[in-house]
Design a protein around this ligand. Structure first.
Ligand SMILES: [Zn+2]
Length: 464
């Protein structure tokens, strides 16, 4: 390999800026080094990606891309591969460039054999064009988080254009239970593989409020679902034009949820079936497991490595945590958007629980300024359980109103207001030795951790 001076300078500058950001204590330095090195060599990402011997795997989707790419990286590492991965979750082009710059030598030698790249929805076409991945994993397209870019259709169209530009030696693995993904990948020249749920006892009887994209993209009619599993994901067909879900190359059967802690499924491909146990809660995570396992099998990972990698994967920071506090067992579950929120409520309702629940809603920038999304949440799930409900945070009142409109009796709802005062009131309402659930939005989770930390709770944070 000849030494590329421009590339070497760009890598050096990126590494230096990452180092100085850390020295200054300005956080992890996840984006600026990418901007700096990209200014010195505009092709840096293309060049570095081309040097990774085992190629790149790109993971995208509105929900689950962090978890899925982490599970996939875990499996590949378990097989003894060095994995280049934008683990910090900085998933725009500059963040991905920064992660690559960090994980190569000055001469541009990558430190790993394969790359796993978590990618933002809007950045996906550019990332694919520049890294030319061997495998692209598309998880889902939800309306929830797409408001900041415009409509779901804009993203879907840009993905479709990207898929139509791929080469036959590239592979795309899509979640076929998402009708939009199935439709936009129909004409790709790449090899298309599919995953989804073949059989699962946990079904919905109607599209939840948050659901979208349940329209046949061929003829515009409404889709009919034989089974509906989660939001708009399921086994669908169009009665008008006959379009239906594609056959599954990786089909999950016997999909089981074990309360809030874990789940399992059998993943079938051809004649082979692989049993997978995961310490992750909720159906949405079992979709992530199926996608990560399908991706790992597609790039040739042996069954036992896939099983072990998934079995030992621990939920990433912020997904679900347990805290012992004043002899109460607090379970913290981050709520990021209506779909995730719905799944948590559904899981709670299914387990018939009577333990107190506190929902903390903030509306700072990182949470989303507009709380109208609370009306996309099926709070009605909570009408059927007997748990006492508390609300807190900046928009405590809005959440309490939402619960009332879900048909929940006012005497079951206690608005506590400001989180700083609410935490102690809530804990006092939980009988000693019992479990309670706390569902905060992002900034509420950060503040909650601070408050618990001030109160002497230690062992909890930043589990990676
Ligand atoms: Zn149709």
């Amino acid at each position: 390999m000849t030494f590329d001076i421009r590339l070497g300078l760009a890598i050096a500058a990126g590494k230096l800026s990452a180092l100085s950001i850390r020295r200054l204590g300005r956080g992890g330095g996840t984006a600026l080094p990418g901007i700096v090195s990209n200014q010195l060599d505009a092709d840096i990402l293309d060049k570095l990606a081309a040097r990774i011997p085992g190629g790149s795997i790109v993971v995208a989707g509105t929900n689950g891309k962090t978890t899925t790419s982490r599970i996939l990286a875990e499996i590949l590492e378990r097989a003894g591969l060095g994995v280049i991965h934008n683990r910090s979750g900085s998933n725009l082009v500059r963040g991905i460039t920064a992660a690559f710059t960090e994980q190569v030598s000055i001469s541009g030698q990558p430190s790993g054999q394969i790359a796993v790249i978590e990618t933002d929805e809007a950045a996906l076409p550019e990332v694919v064009r520049r890294t030319r991945p061997r495998l692209i994993v598309l998880l889902n397209l939800f309306r929830d988080q797409l408001d900041r870019y415009g409509e779901l259709d804009t993203i879907a169209r840009s993905w479709q254009a990207m898929l139509n530009e791929l080469d036959p030696d590239q592979t795309v693995l899509i979640n076929a239970d998402d009708p939009a993904l199935a439709a936009i990948s129909e004409d790709t020249p790449a090899k298309r593989l599919t995953f989804g749920f073949q059989q699962c006892e946990h079904t919905l009887d109607h599209l939840p409020h948050a659901a979208d994209a349940a329209i046949c993209r061929r003829c515009g009619a409404s889709l009919t679902y034989r089974e509906l599993y989660l939001s708009h994901l399921g086994d669908y067909h169009c009665e008008q034009c006959g379009y239906r879900r594609p056959d599954l190359d990786y089909g999950a059967t016997d999909v089981q949820l074990n309360g809030l802690d874990s789940g399992s499924l059998d993943l079938s491909s051809g004649d082979a079936t692989l049993h997978l146990d995961a310490s992750l809660p909720g159906l949405y995570n079992l979709y992530n497991v199926a996608g990560a396992a399908g991706a790992a099998l597609t790039v040739g990972m042996p069954d036992w490595v896939v099983q072990a990698g998934i079995g030992e994967f621990k939920a990433a920071f912020g997904r679900i945590e347990r805290v012992e506090y004043h002899n109460r067992n607090l379970v913290l579950v981050l709520i990021k958007n209506p779909t995730g929120f719905n799944e948590v409520l559904r899981t709670l309702a299914m387990s018939d629980m009577t333990d107190p629940v506190m929902i903390i809603i903030n509306d700072l920038d990182a949470d989303g300024r507009d709380v109208s999304w609370l009306w996309d949440v099926d709070a009605e799930h909570l009408a059927d359980v007997e748990a006492p409900l508390f609300t807190a945070g900046i928009r405590s009142g809005d959440m309490a109103v939402r619960l009332k409109y879900a048909g929940i009796a006012s005497e079951r709802i206690t608005p506590l207001g400001d989180l700083d005062g609410a935490i102690d009131q809530f804990v006092e309402a939980v009988p000693e030795g019992h479990t309670a659930f706390i569902l905060p939005t992002y900034t509420a989770m950060l503040r909650l951790r601070e408050l618990l930390h001030q109160r002497g709770v230690v062992q909890m944070f930043w589990e990676q």
